[in-house]
Design a binder for this molecule. Sequence first.
Ligand SMILES: Nc1ncnc2c1ncn2[C@@H]1O[C@H](COP(=O)(O)OP(=O)(O)OP(=O)(O)O)[C@@H](O)[C@H]1O
Ligand SMILES: [Mg+2]
Length: 356
Amino acid sequence: MGIRVNNLIKAFNQTTIVHGISFDVDDGEFVTLLGPSGCGKTTTLRCIAGLERTNGGTIEIDGRVVSQPESDIFIAPHERDLGMVFQSYAIWPHMSVAENVAFPLIARNVDRASVPDAVSWALEVVGLSHLANRQPSELSGGQQQRVALARAIVGKPKVLLFDEPLSNLDARLRDRTRAEISRIQKELAIPAVYVTHDQAEALSMSDRIIVMDGGHIVEVGEPRELYRSPTKKFTADFIGAANFLTLTCRDQKWFAPDGSSITLDPPVAGQNGEQRTAVLRSEDLRLAAHSESVHADRVNTLSGVIEHIQYMGPHIEYAVKVQDTIINVLDQIEFARNAAVSVTFRPVDLHLLPNT
Ligand SMILES: Nc1ncnc2c1ncn2[C@@H]1O[C@H](COP(=O)(O)OP(=O)(O)OP(=O)(O)O)[C@@H](O)[C@H]1O
Ligand SMILES: [Mg+2]
């Protein structure tokens, strides 16, 4: 049954923060709310959790209406059958790992005899069985976050909610814990809503991503679809920094701002003088010296000058000035600053945004 959010409105002190958004999360599905700081992700999640009272709309969890101010329905958070994991682990410092994990069961007055088995199960799922008797102060950040995860799943909730759970971990631990959360969510097949402003987390973990901006939903799609074929400039820019190239149509052909003719695959018909925005991903572009012959696939070339270079290790990030536009290119070959270069790409590498 999952989660249904219909026309959710939330205001703080007369200011509307969430403007009537609607989305569903299917059974077993992992859905991410992705968007810039302040766009209303946490507020939306807190409304689902019942930590905020909504101003309008309906929230259903597993077929039950848990919030509907129009009919005075508001189910308290502890009666919504959900598990939550926050950025701050929020585990009790004076309780052992096992006691922390048992806490939601004790608070809900479940049969005491069933608690040890449930705790062992949850600790095993997150791989912490051997640390059951430790105190939180004796755990690493990653381990503390796994305690929080065990505590979230111990009551076999109908829904899992995550708010930036990895932000306090260092980069390597973040990658590992990311994979771990995905694995556990799929294993338990509990629908999950995950809040982040980190595009890598959203792309790698989600079945679907909901892109938000200013309390509205911009676009919804599977990670690959949103990355390769976004329909909104905001999405293209927010998920994987994109280059935007304005193409102009003349005599059935498309031209870049530097006057080069651009081939599209599949071809796109245009009216004389029509302009369209094309998205180009930095990793699809290659640089070549002007005299150099390029791979036959790379029929599209723009002429530019290298303005800025950042050495990143696995690749080099170039900012290339093409007329008035800066095009960012990731390449492995070394070029010097101020070098005149061709930026080359294949027809399939261009994605035209729909006309709005
Ligand atoms: N309790 C509150 N009272 C008043 N305004 C609030 C309250 N909580 C959130 N806001 C405002 O609502 C807006 C959205 O906040 P929210 O925390 O949902 O953003 P977010 O998308 O989670 O951002 P971030 O990525 O920074 O966590 C912000 O402008 C914030 O200042
Ligand atoms: Mg937030």
